[in-house]
Design a protein around this ligand. Structure first.
Ligand SMILES: Nc1ncnc2c1ncn2[C@@H]1O[C@H](COP(=O)(O)OP(=O)(O)O)[C@@H](O)[C@H]1O
Ligand SMILES: O=c1ccn([C@@H]2O[C@H](COP(=O)(O)O)[C@@H](O)[C@H]2O)c(=O)[nH]1
Length: 214
């Protein structure tokens, strides 16, 4: 099999990274066939915190690069580029730690990697063939995050807004926003930007036919 092409989709929390990646995946998966396209999540590489109490886990700064095991993600990306299967961790937002399961992840021609701090880390950055940044305004992200986290991540409005003020917003300005400078493509208006989806799909179709120029 040809060497996988790795596409990073970075940007603030609730900017639409997951929706954008999932839409591209779902609209191309049949066309690209078996081993065509898959999504890997940076969030899966949040550190295991099973040794901490729930109260301690709630104090973690999840928007600082140290919250992630980026070294393991980097090692896994290296394996995938060499067409080796990996076992990605599986993270649970409700318990704030990894589960006992892993996800067997077989390399595909196109691998979309999605996460907040992918472009802030130099080793990771070097792994990506295309770097995309979702440039959704922070107030829109906050509204979407409140709605999503209440339904999907068992949070209260108070916990989301406290976390936003204490860590999410300051870490955005310290690490995420500056990492936009590394992006090849900056996308406005979030995960439903139809033209951006079509442009990425066209590039992916082209890359799926050609051996990548590494
Ligand atoms: N352009 C958009 N319009 C409306 N809702 C959106 C849009 N983009 C994303 N969302 C919604 O906002 C929430 C956060 O999006 P998500 O893709 O999970 O963001 P991220 O992966 O960046 O954290 C989700 O509920 C998603 O469906
Ligand atoms: O245990 C956890 C782990 C992460 N978070 C928050 O999640 C977002 C990143 O995920 P997105 O899907 O990009 O929103 C990050 O901002 C963390 O604050 C968490 O709250 N708890």
């Amino acid at each position: 099999m040809m060497k996988p092409t790795i596409i990073a989709i970075a940007g603030p929390s609730a900017s639409g990274k997951t929706l954008f990646a999932q839409t591209i995946h779902d609209e191309l998966v049949d066309e690209l066939g078996e081993n065509g396209i898959s999504i890997l999540y940076e969030d899966a590489y949040y550190r295991d915190q099973s040794h901490l109490t729930m109260a301690e886990r709630e104090q973690t700064n999840y928007d600082h690069p140290d919250a992630f095991e980026h070294q393991l993600l980097n090692k896994h990306l290296s394996s995938l580029v060499n067409n080796e299967t990996i076992n990605s961790p599986v993270y649970c937002y409700k318990t704030h730690t990894r589960t006992n399961e892993t996800r067997e992840f077989t390399p595909t021609k196109i691998i979309l990697v999605e996460g907040i701090l992918l472009l802030s880390n130099i080793e990771l950055r070097d792994r990506f063939d295309i770097k995309v940044y979702m440039d959704t305004p922070l107030d829109i992200c906050l509204i979407r995050r409140i709605k999503r986290d209440l339904i999907e991540r068992s949070r209260s409005v108070e916990s989301v807004t406290n976390q936003y003020l204490e860590t999410v917003r300051p870490m955005y300005y310290q690490f995420i926003e500056p990492s936009k400078a590394w992006a090849d493509i900056v996308i406005t208006r979030g995960g439903k930007n139809r033209m951006a989806i079509e442009v990425l799909k066209a590039k992916i179709r082209q890359l799926s036919k050609l051996p990548p120029q590494h």
